[in-house]
Design a protein around this ligand. Structure first.
Ligand code: BES
Ligand code: MN
Ligand code: ZN
Length: 500
């Protein structure tokens, strides 16, 4: 799909489809009266019959009257003008793409002129619109024929039409930002959607390396022998039940000053989580190919940051393993010695994410990061707490958490803070080792974070539990069924603010 930014008079351009936003309560604007004349009165008729009111996401497709320059005009409701958030714009633009591609329309002209942009906010609005388009145009069809009859088609060309007062260069920059961000989101979605038979830890490592080569990121892999040599006991413990060996993926992006401390991103990369000896139930176990959603978000954010050439230094650390039951798997009751030297009693082999993250969080300390953010599909308890509306954020630094909450809100990837009071730490003290890997059923998302905190005490740290957000079960406009790429947008929003 290609974006174009053009300047010109909205109702005078030839196009297969002109898309116009209409505010609720502003149905009689002059340009809409012109639309009505071009459509031989069909617009006012639709208003009178209450078929169209401009409510958010509503559509009205008008076909050409004798004077209509476009082949058709799609009116889309923007809702109340005062309530038009970035999230709403992104969603409406995804709705438009869904509507048109289902009708086999692959090109359209989207007019921005009627959005009375305030002085600020032009770029972020254009970015949100472009994101909505790109996110809705994504599909994972590696294993199916492309362009099946009756299915929505893929977009070819979208032209954003701006009016004389608007700044073309700014609009183009906003589109480029959206393209970079969504290339990261879609890369993450592809990784999550890849089936487990294809997606070995080695596959994840190779995908990371080739992405790094294409974007000018430095990549390094620690293989099993190296992990053994250095003492990644917790990671190796999880991996030992699988035939497929683990890797630690380390990426470095240097966009900032040579001596500036990096921001570190850590992502849980369990390519398939069967639970190990504490085997999961069969129902929905297929979804556990998404247990590397944190890794995908981190790799996607690295790609987006590099494509955007963010002036900042980044390190990404992704432990990639498979959690399987077998004769060589770890048992409940086993005690592992982590890279930090702390010993961990494994009470449940299905609480494997925190084990590999313990080592990764220790390892990343070597880079003297000024901030560490980890992302993980860590607990079912997080889904019980927040459902599929927000990821949980916890950490040891209030300002960092506030910055992440803000980035989440602005990017449309909601985060919600859970407490990490000291008292929770008592729940993961072990009788036989330094810590145990489960704290029982109460506050499961919090005790998981309390466990991670044991390994993140030396730096400013936040943890995002994205268990409820990495996978879309139903499929919606802009969020097709499967991997969502959740986290990339929030991370980039945070990193852009930090880079300023
Ligand atoms: N990967 C799962 C968490 C998960 C569940 C992610 C559902 C996405 C959807 C994690 O490894 C896990 O199994 N956690 C256990 C921890 C428990 C044994 C303490 C859980 O949440 O049940
Ligand atoms: Mn598990
Ligand atoms: Zn898991």
């Amino acid at each position: 799909m290609k974006f174009f930014v053009k300047k010109g008079a909205t109702l005078e351009r030839k196009t297969a489809c002109l898309v116009l936003g209409v505010f609720e309560g502003k149905l009689k604007e002059e340009f809409l009266m012109q639309v009505d004349r071009q459509a031989d009165g069909a617009y006012l008729q639709a208003i009178q019959s209450k078929e169209f009111s401009g409510s958010k996401g509503q559509t009205l497709l008008l076909h050409g009257g004798a004077q209509m320059v476009a082949e058709r005009i799609l009116l889309v409701g923007l809702g109340k003008e005062s309530a038009l958030t970035l999230t709403a714009l992104r969603q409406i633009s995804s709705d438009v793409v869904k509507f048109l591609t289902e009708k086999q329309q692959g090109s359209f002209l989207l007019a921005l002129s009627q959005l009375s942009f305030k002085k600020s906010g032009f770029e972020e609005r254009v970015q949100a619109i472009a994101e909505g388009v790109l996110l809705a145009d994504y599909r994972y069809d590696l294993y199916q024929p492309k362009n099946q009859p009756g299915r929505p088609i893929q977009l070819e060309k979208v032209t954003l039409l701006i009016d004389a007062k608007m700044d073309t260069a700014k609009a183009k920059a906003a589109v480029s930002a959206a393209e970079a961000i969504c290339s990261g989101v879609c890369f993450a979605r592809d990784l999550v959607n890849a089936p487990g038979n294809l997606k070995s830890p080695e596959y994840l490592a190779m995908q990371a390396v080739s992405m790094a080569e294409q974007t000018g990121i430095k990549a390094q892999l620690l293989d099993q022998r190296e992990l053994e040599r250095q003492g990644f006991g917790a990671t190796l413990g999880v991996a030992q039940g699988s035939e497929r060996p683990p890797y630690l993926i380390v990426l470095e992006y240097s966009g900032g000053h040579a001596d500036a401390k990096p921001i570190a991103l850590v992502g849980k990369g369990v390519v398939f989580d069967a639970g190990g000896i504490s085997l999961k139930p069969a129902e929905k176990m297929d979804e556990m190919k998404m247990d590397m959603g944190g890794a995908a978000a981190v790799l996607g954010a690295m790609r987006a940051a590099a494509e955007m050439k963010l002036p900042i230094n980044l390190v990404a650390v992704v432990p990639a393993v498979e959690n399987m039951p077998s004769g060589t798997a770890i048992r409940p009751g086993d005690i592992l010695t982590s890279l930090s030297g702390k010993t961990i009693e494994v009470l449940n082999t299905d609480a494997e994410g925190r084990l590999i993250l313990a080592d990764a969080l220790t390892y990343v300390g070597r880079y003297q990061p000024r901030v560490v953010v980890d992302l993980a599909t860590l607990t079912g308890a997080c889904i019980i707490a927040l459902g599929h509306q927000a990821a949980a954020v916890l950490g040891n630094h209030d300002r960092l958490i506030r910055q992440l909450l803000k980035a989440g809100e602005r990017s449309g990837e909601r985060l919600w803070q859970l407490p990490l009071w000291e008292e929770y730490g008592a729940l993961i003290k072990s009788d036989f080792a330094d810590v145990k890997n489960t704290g029982g059923r109460p506050a499961g998302a919090i005790t998981a974070a309390a466990f991670l905190q044991e390994f993140a005490a030396k730096y400013t740290w936040a943890h995002l539990d994205i268990a409820g957000m990495a996978w879309e079960e139903r499929g919606q406009a802009g969020r097709p069924k499967g991997g969502t790429g959740f986290g990339v947008r929030a991370l980039i929003e945070y990193l852009r603010a930090e880079a300023k």
